[in-house]
Ligand binder design. Structure first.
Ligand code: FAD
Length: 683
């Protein structure tokens, strides 16, 4: 029997555990009441109560892994607001319980935006919805009318797997699906166009079903902008989270170790202790090896995990953006206050300065969405430009020809249209709300948690190409930042095309530091070391396999009698010049003996036929079959669009040579996948 005293003790324990695990969030929450640091959040998890309390009449729910589903959910909410004058509540699945979903007022529509992650999984933040729907009673959502838009990538096996499962779960629980099931395909780079065609149709259906009147009101800000005069130590200059403001205290142990849990919203600002250019092929291709020290934190990783790195934007692009919107030097301090408690602020910290927000919080360099052009019509500098962007926003082909194919980012496109004159009528609040937020980029960790416990290695190819029309460089944000760090740190000779503020906000990143966190993956070596492994990783796809092999070398050092199964690595590069870690592999072979074998091919050797990893796999089919018969695990890492598919096809062919038909071979690989014998880390 549990008596009253036990209850008090147990409650105390629960509170203590809750406080411990949520200490960072609690720190944020405690700061919420501070006049100058505004974090809008109702705190209440009862969906229907928040909906009522805020007089809402439409619900949009998103489950987002990298911010894309969130971005589209917010766009859709804004459109419902301006087009039909609805009072939309747009929420993150993670923040609410769903057992009151069926109690929303009759006639309320709910729109779901759900992205798929990994092997058809729900985003980490949306697992609660998956659990809720999989155990929902058949008629438990019989009053609910919903639309659903999934965000996925058809190069992955379980394309839009999470949204498909959500759709089934909702229908099985008696909810009514309105309109067609929208599916965005990032594999073909058509997410934006997929959304636009789904949205146009769904808005017409909703108008009829909900009897909504078209109000087409002008854009109204969701946040009240307040300009401030003082730049004090509570003002963010681009710090990645509140903990790094000078007015906050970093959570540390008595030994000075910075404590987590580190995640997307609270990264660890880690020293980059070593960088090395693995190859540099003229101005065209570079690859950098980066070593990150986590010894002054309690950040842990496992071999096969991913490292998330938060970039900042290059200075040239920040200046161009400020010019394009007449934001002058961007030194104005501002804060935003949400119009209602259901809205999340667009930046991790306000107050901040305009320049800091552009440099650290907004995604300003990527391609532009046609939808954003539609919204910009109302702020065009003159009638001519208004007509031009109206035409561009309505014509998918014209937009592709005039904007997308020229690799314009937003500032490039607008300055081109206005002949270099600034767009003075675009409100800053509009930009805060409408431009996607800068997201971390992920890298497969190329070190081993056994041999490098406190150092994380990554291997990144620098994203740099040139527009064939005007030779303008097209650059990736994070990889060029890493390249800049490498050049500075090693005093390398390189004509850098773009430059960054490597010192970061208030010098937080000085002496080469960047905000990082570890994202757990399921890419793992078999627990039994004698199980054979087949690894296929061309280019930077070899990154986790370097980690795997280093792990095995370290294991052998610790336990000399350990018996490994065969470790067969298929690696491919263009030629000898971009052969990654070429000097390391022979050393690993020396330690592991004939249990480790590397089969290498090149696709651009002068005078030779192009050979890819899948060709080598095919060539070595007898060996592959022998290993599969012995229970081998298959690992594939790298390009999702072509390589992973081609490898899958060759493996299907190889299995067919055992007398299976295509369907049987496909099913065998599917079973391998579900049992963890076929693992992919592809992007
Ligand atoms: P971004 O800024 O994200 O740009 C992406 C691309 O768009 C670039 O090619 C860029 O040149 C182009 N671009 C920029 N501006 C425009 C424009 N206006 N119009 C059109 N195109 C434009 N990569 C590795 O090198 N090594 C790894 O080990 C690795 N592991 C990964 C693991 C996972 C799980 C995932 C999801 C990805 C992984 N990646 C890896 C890819 C990596 O996350 C990044 O996507 C990649 O490094 C590019 O990041 P970036 O910020 O430099 O480029």
């Amino acid at each position: 029997m549990v008596d009253a005293l036990d209850c008090v003790a147990i409650s105390g324990l629960i509170v203590a555990v809750f406080v411990y695990y949520n200490r960072v969030k609690l720190a944020d929450w405690l700061l919420e009441d501070d006049e100058d640091i505004t974090v809008a959040s109702s705190g209440c998890r009862v969906l229907v109560d928040v909906f009522h309390d805020n007089n809402k009449d439409y619900l949009v729910v998103f489950g987002s892994q990298t911010g894309t589903a969130e971005e589209y959910a917010k766009k859709f909410s804004k459109e419902l607001k301006t087009k039909f004058g609805l009072n939309v509540m747009c929420v993150d699945i993670d923040n609410y319980d769903f057992d009151t979903l069926n109690q929303l007022p009759t006639g309320t529509f709910v729109s779901f935006f759900i992205s798929t992650y990994g092997e058809g999984d729900f985003p980490d933040t949306a697992v609660g919805l998956d659990t809720f729907l999989s155990s929902a009673d058949p008629e438990s959502l019989n009053k609910l009318k919903f639309t659903i838009f999934g965000l996925g990538n058809s190069t992955y096996e379980f394309f839009n797997g999470a949204s498909k499962r959500a759709l089934k779960g909702l229908v099985d629980a008696g909810a009514t699906h309105i309109g067609k099931f929208g599916m965005a395909d990032d594999g073909f780079g058509t997410t934006d166009e997929d959304y636009l065609s789904w949205k146009d149709e769904i808005l017409d259906i909703l108008k009829a079903e909900g009897d909504f009147k078209v109000t087409n009101s002008k854009w109204k800000p969701s946040f009240i902008l307040q300009k401030l005069n003082e730049l004090n130590d509570k003002v963010s200059l681009g710090e990645p989270s509140l903990q790094y403001l000078p007015s906050s205290k970093l959570p540390t142990t008595s030994e000075g170790i910075q404590t987590g849990p580190f995640d997307l919203s609270y990264p660890y600002v880690a020293p980059i202790v070593k960088t090395q250019e693995l190859f540099s092929l003229g101005n065209e291709r570079n690859c950098v090896h980066v070593e990150i020290d986590v010894s002054k934190s309690n950040l842990k990783y496992s071999t096969g995990d991913h490292l998330g790195i938060w970039p900042s934007n290059p200075l040239e692009e920040v200046d161009k953006f400020l010019t394009a919107f007449n934001l002058e030097s961007g030194n104005q301090v501002f804060k935003l206050k949400a119009n209602d408690h259901t809205l999340k602020l667009p930046f991790p910290i306000v107050p901040t300065t305009i320049r800091s927000a552009v440099q650290h919080y907004l995604e300003i360099t990527g391609p532009i969405s046609r939808d954003l052009f539609t919204q910009l019509i109302q702020f065009a500098p003159n009638l001519d430009i208004k007509n031009t962007i109206d035409k561009l926003s309505k014509d998918k082909e014209l937009f592709a020809k005039e904007i997308t194919s020229k690799y314009f980012n937003l500032a490039d496109a607008l300055l081109e249209l206005s002949n270099g004159k600034p767009w003075t009528k675009v409100p800053w609040e509009f930009l805060c709300e409408s431009i996607p937020k800068l997201q971390p980029r992920y890298y497969s960790i190329s070190s081993s948690a056994i041999s490098e416990k406190q150092t994380i290695h990554i291997t990144a190819i620098v994203e740099k190409s040139f527009n064939p029309i005007n030779s303008k460089p097209i650059l990736g944000v994070t990889t060029n930042l890493l390249h800049n760090i490498e050049v500075e740190q090693n005093n390398s000779q390189d004509n850098l095309i773009t430059h960054y503020d490597l010192d970061g906000p208030r010098g937080l990143y000085s002496n080469y530091k960047l905000p990082v966190y570890v994202r757990k993956s399921t890419f793992r070596l078999p627990t039994n070391p004698s199980t054979p492994v087949i690894m296929i990783g061309p280019g930077t796809g070899v990154a986790p396999f370097r980690g795997f092999i280093r792990e095995r070398v370290a294991m052998l050092k610790n336990e000399p009698n350990i018996k490994f199964g065969k470790q067969l690595l298929f690696y491919g590069s263009r030629n000898e010049d971009d052969y990654l870690y070429k000097n390391e592999w022979p050393k690993y072979s020396e330690s592991l003996g004939n249990t480790f074998e590397m089969i290498v091919c090149h696709s651009r050797l002068p005078g030779s036929k192009k050979v890819y990893v899948q060709d080598k796999l095919n060539e070595n089919r007898q060996e592959v079959l022998k290993l599969l018969d012995a229970g081998a695990f298959i690992y594939i890492c790298g390009d999702a669009k072509h390589m992973a598919r081609d490898v899958n096809k060759v493996l299907t062919d190889i299995l067919q040579s055992k007398g299976m038909n295509e369907e049987e071979a496909t099913n065998v690989l599917k079973t391998f996948r579900t049992s963890g014998r076929y693992q992919e880390d592809v992007w």
